[in-house]
Write a protein that binds this ligand. Structure first.
Ligand SMILES: Cc1ncc(COP(=O)(O)O)c(C=O)c1O
Length: 396
């Protein structure tokens, strides 16, 4: 692969390893282990294995390595470690680098399972976490301490789509030597250039846009070679959160089409947001790609102008109206993933963010009327007609 290749070329050819059969499509090495020619070779490989010398699928696998190299090329990262899910990636990045006595600063607008790791898992191991409003740089500044080892945030939060300024937070974090860990799921690897903007470590749930067709769970941690191979890999390979070769193959094929898919989805999301703006049934509409949105300037700078593939609608009439709306939609399916070819509608307060106490939901803007809409690859005009019809039903 040439470093000069543009993104689209890297997505199709990056990381490829061909077997002796010279196959066109990447091979699935569906094997738990690898055979050594001699006992001496086995011993040598356990002492140190090269990039194409494999031992056991929990440690690494050729199909998984292809996925890691391809996503690292897309992200502009030195290296990547693929994980069994997005949460294995979040946990692996944080738990591998932190120890008792360390301090973490995190944005408080987080996906429920990310919040569980920061609130429950880390505290159990003696790591203190301070939560801040991620959009308020003064709060980030005030929270830093000499023992702050990491900052963590979702660059676009789930489900209220708050965009956090990666470059500004990185400058604050780096002033105390903290590692900047960004969950970049909603920004997608296509729109975001998180590493170039100052992130040290980037995480994806590959279950979302990278697969993009609802087939496989997966995740990935990206960063420097030292961090990935020296810190993350030993933790992951011994604690067991590695990606399966079959899922790696699904995700590799997903990367071939990701740019086409997320660009089409973001274009449709903008079209839908414009069509629903000011709708009488809506108390709020959250889509940072909309020119009037308070964070649109940041979206222009950080995401190349694209507002992402998800929009959130806050319906007048609370939970009852939201449920009527979900039940009335005929194209989008009621589920809880994002980034899929099929539009997916979610009621976060009763599903993905159910475990948050009511006051915390309120503080994060996860109101009873809030509905998250992940825009799929259907015709945007069909989606708009369906959404408008369901909004009418919701008001009735
Ligand atoms: C922002 C964010 N991070 C992490 C995850 C976890 O990903 P996975 O479900 O692949 O473990 C999700 C899943 O919804 C998410 O939305």
């Amino acid at each position: 692969m040439s470093d000069n290749w543009k993104q689209a070329t890297k997505m199709v050819h990056g990381g490829i390893r061909r077997s002796q059969y010279n196959e066109v499509s990447e091979a699935i090495f569906l094997t738990q282990g690898f055979v050594y020619d001699t006992a001496e070779q086995a011993e040598a490989r356990f002492i140190e294995s090269g990039p194409d010398e494999f031992i056991y699928a929990r440690y690494g696998n050729p199909t998984v390595a292809m996925f890691e190299d391809r996503i690292a090329a897309l992200e502009g990262a030195e290296d990547a470690f693929a994980t069994a899910s997005g949460m294995a990636a979040v946990n692996g990045a944080l738990s591998s680098m932190l120890k008792a006595g360390d301090h973490v600063v995190s944005a408080k607008a987080l996906f429920g399972s990310c919040l569980y790791i920061l609130e429950n898992v880390l505290s159990g191991f003696g790591v203190e976490v301070t939560f801040v409003d991620g959009t308020d740089l003064d709060q980030w500044r005030a929270a830093m301490r000499p023992n702050t080892k990491a900052v963590f945030f979702e660059s676009m939060s789930n489900p209220t789509l708050e965009v956090i300024d990666i470059a500004a937070v990185a400058e604050i974090a780096h002033s105390v030597g903290a590692t900047v860990i960004v969950d970049n799921v909603f920004s997608t690897p296509v729109f975001s250039d998180a590493i170039a903007q100052g992130a040290d470590v980037v995480i994806y749930s590959a279950t979302k846009h990278i697969d993009g067709q609802g087939r496989a769970l997966g995740g990935v941690v990206l960063g420097t070679k030292d961090f990935i191979r020296g810190t993350v890999e030993p933790y992951m390979k011994h604690t067991g959160g590695s990606l399966s070769p079959f899922n790696a193959w699904v995700l590799l094929k997903g990367l071939e089409t990701i740019a086409l898919r997320v660009n089409a989805q973001a274009d449709s999301a903008l079209k839908i947001a414009k069509a629903l703006e000011g709708h009488v049934g809506l108390a709020r509409m959250l889509y940072p790609g909309l020119p009037g949105h308070a964070q649109n300037a940041l979206v222009q700078r950080q995401l190349g102008g694209k507002g992402g593939t998800v929009l959130s609608l806050d319906l007048k009439g609370g939970k009852e109206a939201a449920f009527r709306f979900l039940n009335a939609l005929s194209i989008a399916v009621i589920s809880n993933n994002v980034g899929d070819a099929k539009s997916i509608v979610t009621h976060p307060a009763t599903t993905t963010h159910q475990r948050l106490p009511d006051d915390q939901k309120q503080a994060l803007g996860i109101t009873p009327g809030l509905v998250r809409f992940s825009v799929g690859l259907e015709d945007a005009d069909d989606l708009i007609s369906d959404l408008k019809r369901a909004l009418e039903v919701a008001q009735s």
